[in-house]
Design a protein around this ligand. Structure first.
Ligand code: FEO
Length: 504
């Protein structure tokens, strides 16, 4: 990218838009541009290979939604189940210049080009703004350039290099790098670019239409789920039918990058926003503050609700039983909306989303190969990968001869920032007995107290109790005795005394 071209091409800041427009190589200003003869879109080979007709909807009088819903897809990013499908949103601004905002996934490119061709009519495409280079939004870029060879692509400098990596097009001819605050005047509209790195890739930017107060927000404010005609969030029962998928989308796709999202929210707070056009899911034009508040909570790792999530890993049902007993005792104590999920059967993306929603997380796991039950271990690893913070957690472990999962889970949870254990580890040996039943009741009371804010945020240290045994932190083996010999080695895994912890 020629930086000299960049400097000549754009004018930083809000003022001087007309200069910026003229500098785009269109000397003569707005009137001259309006007089410029329009060129028809090039003939499209194989256009009618797509069996259907355009399917577009006007967002405003000159902004057209070209996006396509995909309800056949099973796994978004080949990871996340999307039983309600997903949409790839793209928008076309029909001003004195025509501007396409992002493209779509290749799986729906047939419908997309049908839509684009219809919406453009006989006009040419002047600009393609690439807010995000992930292929679900960028895989049609090369085709756009092929069909509209005069198009100018506006994106961040990093996106320019990514386009070159993904597509065999002459990026030096088509690509124009923009930076924070640069703007493009297209006639009536004034578009301002603002960077949004790591929301959700490093090259991401957003585009703000200062004329109609529309934020083209890239992945931010998107959701799983495929709109069907009802394109606006206020046309659907978003809170009851879409919010869970919006939460699952955000927490799993962008959840790791909370600080970066907070930075973007701070920028957005300075803008007068009447509409948010994301790259997935419904468009927001009402009650935007409600959705922004959700994003604020998710990205600051603030629980959405004072609520308990119980996740259990159970092979023969005893740990499931203990988790169920705890949930019942919590409910009897007044807790509402207690959620109990089987870690083996619940997709981890749902577990992650629920963990972001709830203030309290209970992990109940069997001991498996002297460690944590593998699905539970994977879930906790995913929690760490998504940077979850600031939760209360409690632990139930089960083991028939050497319960070990509890301390191991606690160690992993304590690696995450702001995690506080509520209650002690409840140990079940094979099945819940009178003693462990009582311990579950005690744990429930401690969680209820924490929920009600009547307990200290973190457990008070228990009074010193006599050490009666030592537990190997690697394999869970128990050495019975008040003191561990200095040269002791674990008979199961062979580690030395430094790997043992006292058991009271
Ligand atoms: Fe929807 Fe990060 O792509």
């Amino acid at each position: 990218m020629d930086k000299e071209i960049n400097r000549r091409t754009f004018l930083k800041g809000i003022t001087g838009s007309a200069v910026g427009l003229a500098a785009m190589g269109m000397m003569g200003g707005v009137s001259a541009i309006a007089e410029e003869p329009e060129k028809a879109a090039p003939a499209v080979e194989g256009k009618k290979q797509f069996s259907g007709i355009y399917n577009v909807r006007y967002v405003t009088e000159d902004l057209v939604y070209l996006g396509v819903s995909d309800r056949r897809i099973e796994l978004f990013e080949n990871v996340y189940p999307v039983p309600r499908g997903i949409s790839y949103n793209s928008y076309l601004l029909l001003d004195e210049k025509t501007v396409l905002f992002d493209t779509v996934d290749r799986s729906v490119s047939g419908q997309f080009f049908e839509n684009l061709e219809h919406a453009l009519g006989e006009r040419k495409l002047d600009y393609l703004i690439v807010n995000h280079m992930e292929p679900d939004h960028s895989s049609a870029i090369a085709q756009v350039v092929h069909r509209y060879p005069e198009v100018k692509i506006l994106c961040t400098e990093l996106a320019v290099s990514m386009i070159a990596q993904f597509h065999e097009i002459d990026i030096a001819k088509h690509g124009y790098a923009v930076s924070e605050g640069m703007e493009l005047v297209t006639g009536r509209h004034r578009l301002i670019f603002t960077l949004a790195p790591m929301v959700h890739w490093p090259e991401v930017m957003m585009t703000y239409d200062a004329t109609d107060k529309i934020l083209f927000s890239a992945d931010a404010f998107g959701t799983f789920g495929a709109p069907g005609g009802n394109l606006f969030a206020d046309e659907v029962n978003f809170e009851t039918e879409w919010l869970a998928d919006a939460r699952r989308y955000y927490t799993n796709i962008v959840g790791k990058y909370g600080p970066q999202v907070q930075a973007v929210l701070a920028k957005a707070a300075a803008l007068d926003i009447a509409m948010v056009c994301p790259l997935h899911g419904p468009i927001w034009r009402e009650n935007i503050g409600w959705f922004i508040d959700k994003y604020d909570k998710w990205s600051s790792y603030t629980p959405e609700e004072d609520a308990v999530l119980v996740v259990y890993g159970s092979v023969y049902g005893s740990t499931e039983n203990a988790a169920g007993v705890l949930a019942t005792k919590l409910s009897e104590g007044g807790a509402r909306n207690v959620t109990v999920l089987d870690v083996s059967k619940t997709h981890v993306s749902e577990l992650i989303a629920e963990s972001f929603r709830c203030s309290h997380i209970v992990l109940a796991s069997i001991t498996y190969n002297m460690g944590i039950f593998t699905p539970m271990k994977n879930f906790i690893a995913d929690l760490q990968a998504h940077n979850l913070q600031n939760r209360c957690y409690s632990i139930i472990e089960n083991g028939s001869w050497s319960p070990a999962s509890g301390n191991l889970m606690r160690a992993l949870m304590d690696e995450m920032p702001g995690m506080r254990q509520v209650g002690g580890i409840v140990t079940v040996r094979s099945t819940t007995n009178e003693e462990s039943y009582g311990a579950l009741g005690t744990l429930a009371q401690e969680i209820l107290s924490s929920l009600n804010g009547s307990a200290p945020a973190a457990d008070e240290p228990a009074a010193e109790a006599a050490v009666s045994a030592w537990r190997c932190t690697v394999c869970g083996y128990i050495y019975e005795g008040a003191s561990l010999p200095a040269d002791y080695t674990c008979p199961l895994c062979g580690v030395g005394p430094d790997k043992f912890e006292p058991v009271s």
